[in-house]
Design a protein around this ligand. Sequence first.
Ligand SMILES: [Zn+2]
Length: 229
Amino acid sequence: MVKDMNEKNFRKCVYIVLFILIVLFFTKDFNLFSDFYKNIKPVKHPERLDVLVNKNYQLDENYMPSDLEEVSIQFAYEKKYLRHEARIAFETLAWDALQEGYQIILVSAYRSYSYQEELYHHYVKTSGKNYADRCSARPGHSEHQTGLALDVMGENGDYNLFEETKEFQWMKEHAHEYGFILRYPSDGYDITGFKYEPWHYRYVGVELAQSLTKENITLDEYYFKKYGK
Ligand SMILES: [Zn+2]
């Protein structure tokens, strides 16, 4: 009888622990234990090359970079705009890649606050808020609004499958030489707030890109270390 009771209690404990683990697993996705989209601060210097825009740092609704330039159509899917320095760096990168037989095409670059608003609400409407928050950024929280971020595709013509291309391997080896970093690495969700995006690159300037790549740290970590949270 006593043995039975102990066994029953033990089983109960196991079920409770399992239940807690499952709840923890899911709530992590729902950001209950993270501060994503909580304690939101305005971005003070949006024009800086090392500007941090994430789920806690928000760009003003009216912010639009003053030096946006159209990217050469040779390297873009359609009309796309980047800030002057990022535009030159990207075109140089895409040109050098092409000389070696790699075709890197821009699919998304500067996005305005209102465009991001539409995009985010489209995801919410079609797939729900949790999905939208994992795959997209709320308006003001997308670094595409800085004019320094871009999404690319390679030989298979699908940015979602960019990781499978030889162009991705080329970017892995060379992006930092042109001032770009892979902004959302596969193990970075807890820090960046975004799932792995092999297609998304951010211009930060050659010096910083080289050092972030060498140290293998995210822009968020660099920023917090330099400026505090
Ligand atoms: Zn992107």
